[in-house]
Every structure is written in C-alpha cells, then in structure tokens.
Ligand binder design. Structure first.
Ligand SMILES: Nc1ncnc2c1ncn2[C@@H]1O[C@H](COP(=O)(O)OP(=O)(O)OP(=O)(O)O)[C@@H](O)[C@H]1O
Length: 364
C-alpha cells in the first residue's frame, strides 16, 4: 500500500498543502514544536479510519474560521490507483468519495487506505486501563474487516440507550422498563457476541506475532529475559451466553443505573512470562511490549490483507532510548513510513526523504 500524494485544505493549521512522500521507506517530517507535524499524520490517519488518532473531535480538525476541511490523497493498492477524498464539516456531516464517486455512507471509505499508528502515548496500551486495549483490538478488527465498524457503532448506540433507560428507571423494574430492557438486551447480546467472538479470534492470532516482535525489541534494548514469551488472553466480563448474563445482572444494573456486563467491560490481559505486564513489568519492558503490540498488529494486517499498511510514526523516537530507537527502526517492516520528529532524525533515518514543516506550511 502506498500513499503517493496528499493534499490538505483548511485541515488543522494547514490552509493549503501538498505532500509527496517517498514511495518506499521513510519520509521524515521535521519542524519545531507546534508547527503541524502531527497534524499531517493525523490527516493521513483520518482518511484511513475516519477519526483522529489523538481522539480529537471532528470539529477540531477543521481550520479555525474555515467552513470545511478537505483531505485528498492519491494512493496505490495492489497496483491500482485510488483517489480518496474526505470533506469534514464542523457539524459532523462528512462527505467521502473514492475515484470521484461519492460514497453513500462515510464508513464505506474504511479499508481503502490502511495505516498503523505509533504514537507517544502508546505506553498506555500496557500501563493504562482496559479501554485502551479494547480500542487496540477494535481498531485492528476494523482494519481487517471494515464491517466490524458497523457492529461497534451499533453496540455503542444500544449501550447508550440502555444506560439512559437504566438511569431514568431510578431502580424500579416497572413492566414498561422491563419490556424495553428486553428489546435492548436482545440487540446488545447479538452485537456483543459477534464482537467478542471476533476479539477472541484476533487475540489468538496476535499472540505469536506480538511475542516475537516483543522479543526482537527487548533483545535489541538488552532487556534481561527478552526471550521470555508474551501471553495475551481475552477476558470477558461474564461467563456463558451474554443474553443470560444480561438477564442475571438486570437487578444490579437497575440499582446502579449502568450496564455492568458486556464487551465494554472486557479486558485484554497481557503477560510477560508469568507476570501481568500492567502491574509487574518494568518501564523498559512496558515500552517494548507497547511497540510489540503495534508491530504485531501491523504484521497481522499486512499478512491478512496482503499489503503492508502505511506506517505513521508520530514522535515515537523522542520517547525511546537509542537502543530501542535502533531496535524499532530495525524491526520496522519494509514499506512506506512517515515519521515526525522535532529534533534530528534518529540514527539510521537521517539520509532519507526529509520534509520541513513551519507554521502549517510544507517547505520545499
Ligand atoms: N483547527 C485548528 N485550526 C487552526 N490551528 C490549529 C487547529 N488545530 C490545531 N491547530 C494548531 O496546530 C498546531 C499543532 O500542530 P501539531 O500538533 O501538528 O504540532 P507538532 O508539529 O506535531 O508539534 P509537537 O512537536 O509539539 O508535537 C498548534 O499550533 C495548534 O494551535
């Protein structure tokens, strides 16, 4: 997969810009803090996932004072040229086109361009709460099968409605409340079972890839026990069927005013050797595992879809010591990568294609 050209109009701090990344290997995007380096990667990420990888709301992506932002890219996939275009409106009514054909639903753009993002806060994948790890799995599922986006959206919608009903019921299981809950529970169980089956399958497929990527990074960083395997396990918040679990938890849910079981409460457990990584691993091990999770996910998507996603490396080297930077550069799969850095490029990346950013402008 290749990004050949990118055009931005009124996106973040870019009034108008055009980027020609190197067709293969690294493009290094340099510039001082706050000049627009991450914004550039965010725009590429937006075309791939229809969201900001920093979790910013859509309206923040439109240049202040502008009515609409446009992100357009020429990409190549399996030898086929694609012209992708997204119009972002602060009201959220985005419009997307592929090869100048408007798509009925914005989500139909998913899968046309694939990216793997490495960001400074990836450490949260290991150190943070379960939500970051669920997001990690769900993003990979959408990259592998874009239809999962619809399942995830449906699940979020049903969950919001169910929680609103639980709050409004004030703990009382009136016949009306019970009848409505039954409708939501059937929908939640249906979407939830689908998602969890997919997450379990993904976890099993990821484990060997994450384990070997971890070993590679940990060994280069000269961590003791780098050969110790990584174990991943999907831990559901219930046992048996989700419909039965929701019925069993109904009294509790009504009392608390919130849905206490379901995929939104599940966890992706990560162990290095026999020890849980979140609570027992050293900072160096946690950083290596975060890189291992990203690299493992990238390799799985590349293997399954038959072409490597474009790598977006946002300021990752500033967080890594020299050994781990070198390990990451070594471990990076062949293919196209865009890397931002406020300092000098990491050793090994200096001589590549370099683009300078200043105040939302790309300098020649
Ligand atoms: N919607 C917007 N309209 C105009 N400017 C914006 C908008 N959103 C962000 N900016 C500006 O973009 C700049 C931040 O850009 P970005 O995050 O890409 O910086 P960076 O070069 O990656 O910096 P750092 O090295 O500090 O991470 C800030 O100056 C911010 O004010």
């Amino acid at each position: 997969m290749q990004l050949e050209r990118l055009w931005l109009t009124d996106f973040r701090n870019y009034a108008a810009a055009e980027l020609h990344p190197a067709p293969d290997g690294l493009t290094v995007v340099t510039g001082a803090n706050g000049e627009g380096k991450t914004n550039l990667l965010e725009a590429v990420g937006y075309l791939a996932t229809l969201r900001s990888f920093r979790g910013a709301p859509g309206e923040a992506l439109v240049r202040a004072g502008a009515p609409v932002a446009v992100v357009r890219a020429e990409a190549r996939r399996d030898g086929r040229g694609l012209l992708l275009e997204a119009e972002l409106h602060p009201t959220g009514r985005d419009r997307v086109q592929v090869n100048r054909q408007p798509l009925k639903r914005t989500r139909d753009l998913l899968g046309a361009l694939q990216v793997t993002v490495f960001a400074p806060d990836d450490l949260e994948l290991v150190k943070g709460g379960p939500a970051a790890r669920r997001r990690y799995l769900d993003d990979l599922l959408v990259a592998l099968h874009p239809r999962h986006d619809a399942t995830q959206t449906e699940l979020d919608r049903v969950l919001r409605q169910r929680n609103t009903l639980l709050r409004q019921a004030g703990g009382r299981a009136t016949p009306d409340v019970v009848a409505t809950l039954e409708v939501w529970d059937a929908k939640l169980a249906d979407a939830g079972e689908k998602l969890v089956t997919a997450r379990r399958g993904l976890t099993a497929a990821l484990e060997p890839l994450v384990s070997s990527a971890y070993a590679q990074v940990a060994e280069a960083a000269r961590l003791r026990g780098s050969h110790v395997g990584v174990r991943l396990a999907y831990q559901a918040s219930w046992e048996g069927g989700l419909a039965a679990a929701l019925a069993a938890a109904r009294g509790d849910d009504l009392r608390r005013g919130v849905t206490t079981v379901g995929p939104h409460r599940d966890e992706l457990g990560c162990w290095i050797g026999d020890l849980p990584a979140r609570t027992h691993a050293s900072q160096g091990e946690q950083r290596s595992l975060a890189l291992g999770l990203r690299l493992g996910g990238h390799r799985l998507v590349a293997e399954r879809i038959g072409s490597a996603p474009v790598l977006l490396l946002d300021d990752v080297f500033s967080e890594l010591d020299a050994d781990r930077s070198a390990a990451l550069l070594d471990a990076l799969p062949a293919g196209q990568a865009l890397l931002t850095t406020a300092g000098s490029p990491p050793p090994g990346a200096e001589a590549r294609h370099v683009v300078r950013v200043e105040g939302g402008k790309l300098l020649p």
